[in-house]
Design a protein around this ligand. Structure first.
Ligand SMILES: Nc1nc2c(ncn2[C@@H]2O[C@H](COP(=O)(O)OP(=O)(O)OP(=O)(O)O)[C@@H](O)[C@H]2O)c(=O)[nH]1
Ligand SMILES: [Mg+2]
Length: 378
């Protein structure tokens, strides 16, 4: 994604080439890279931003909470260049023991439901309570003009001016799997930098909810009161991923309809499988605009953490997520390695044509291709 309206951020290394995926819209002020527009972050010596960093430099900077180094560490993680990949993995390996203490909260909902506005409201509440927070996004479809945190950065203007808040737009380009890896790894780096809460926004369009659910502790579904059947248009599957439903925009004329929607969702939730064992998912009303109900949402999230920590569900989910993540990475890398083999590339078109023409059963064709895999080494 590179056009005349975007440019690389200042902290992109000189030798980055096209490998660094992060771009920003020219003219956008602070906040795009987690740096406050209002004041330079503590510890960021001006003029040194472009000096190449060693693995030690990244690790020490992140651990010291240096925002400029944190932003560059995430840029390194987002890079698609093989050389950066090795360095990024080494940085991650060193930071991993320092991660894991933050509460990871995913926020999804239909476009325009008010996710970003709610994140700002929740974020300001947390920052006010002394919790440094990081905001990340998973949005593989986002263009810089729509849907991304960067696109509607103006809606998080107050939050982006807070020293204790770090806002990072969605990594651009690539398939969902790649974007998700980058977000997941960025989350670990933010934790190592000392953030208490990580908020991950994703637009509710299907697969990305499942992906974000698989990396967070608490999953919040943001809805708006509609007319008639409240469950219409929302897939049951998405509701079943949620630990809480926030009926947003419960203000002005919408207030009564929002209350009605809350009741309807609470009744429907009785019949659905809860996302977290031992926890009852419930619907709440709030207004991200006026702030009403936002504090209560945070209380619910706090109660969830206490409750699931006591039952062991919290730790069990994290362990399961780590295992699932490992399996996903293995699957992805196996698939990529397979399709990359010269023998497979040579044989695939002919075999595919035979399957498409109905001359070869797909099962036999798959087996024939998989025989091209080298035998296991041990
Ligand atoms: N009345 C009212 N308007 C709200 C509220 N929350 C958000 N809005 C408005 O709804 C619009 C969309 O808000 P966003 O926060 O950008 O919604 P979003 O879900 O992040 O949207 P996408 O990221 O594009 O999917 C904006 O015009 C907000 O000002 C609310 O609580 N009450
Ligand atoms: Mg948004």
């Amino acid at each position: 994604m590179s056009d005349s309206t975007t440019r690389k951020p200042d902290w992109t290394p000189d030798d980055a080439g096209d490998a660094f995926t992060t771009r920003i819209v020219a003219g956008v002020g602070g906040g795009h890279d987690g740096l406050s527009a209002a004041a330079p972050p503590a510890g960021a010596a001006s003029g040194t931003a472009r000096r190449p960093l060693s693995v030690d430099g990244y690790v020490n900077g992140v651990l010291a909470g240096d925002r400029a180094v944190l932003a560059r560490a995430i840029t390194l993680i987002e890079s698609n260049a093989p050389a950066h990949f090795e360095q990024a993995q080494e940085v991650l390996r060193r930071l991993l023991p320092h991660s894991g203490q933050a509460l990871r909260v995913g926020i999804t909902g239909v476009p325009g439901a008010g996710k970003s506005t709610l994140i700002e409201a929740l974020g300001l509440e947390l920052v006010g309570g002394g919790h440094p927070i990081a905001v990340l996004a998973v949005d593989p479809t986002s263009s810089l003009t729509r849907g991304s945190i960067l696109g509607d950065k103006t809606r998080m203007e107050r939050l982006s001016r807070e020293q204790a808040a770090f806002i990072r737009p969605s990594p651009t380009g690539g398939v969902l799997g790649g974007v998700a890896r980058k977000t997941r790894e960025s989350m670990l780096v933010c934790e190592a930098a000392g953030f208490d809460v990580i908020l991950v926004e994703t637009v509710g369009t299907g697969q990305s909810e499942v992906t974000v659910r698989s990396m967070v502790d608490f999953f919040l579904l943001v809805l708006i009161p509609g007319g008639g059947d409240e469950l219409q248009g929302i897939k049951k599957g998405v509701v079943e991923l949620a630990d809480a439903i926030a009926i947003n925009k419960a203000d002005g004329e919408n207030k009564t309809r929002a209350e009605a929607a809350r009741g309807e969702y609470n009744r429907a939730l009785h019949y659905l499988t809860p996302a977290t064992a031992g926890w009852h998912t419930r619907a709440y009303t709030c207004s991200a605009e006026t702030g009403a109900g936002v504090g209560h949402l945070w209380e619910v999230i706090g109660r969830f953490r206490e409750h699931t920590t006591a039952t062991g569900a919290f730790a069990a989910r994290r362990r399961e997520q780590a295992r699932e993540w490992l399996r996903t990475l293995i699957d992805e890398q196996l698939r990529a390695a397979f399709y990359d083999m010269p023998a497979v590339r040579a044989a695939l078109p002919g075999i595919e044509a035979a399957v498409m023409a109905g001359e070869l059963p797909a099962t036999a064709a798959a087996r024939e291709l998989l025989r091209l895999l080298p035998p296991a080494r041990d």
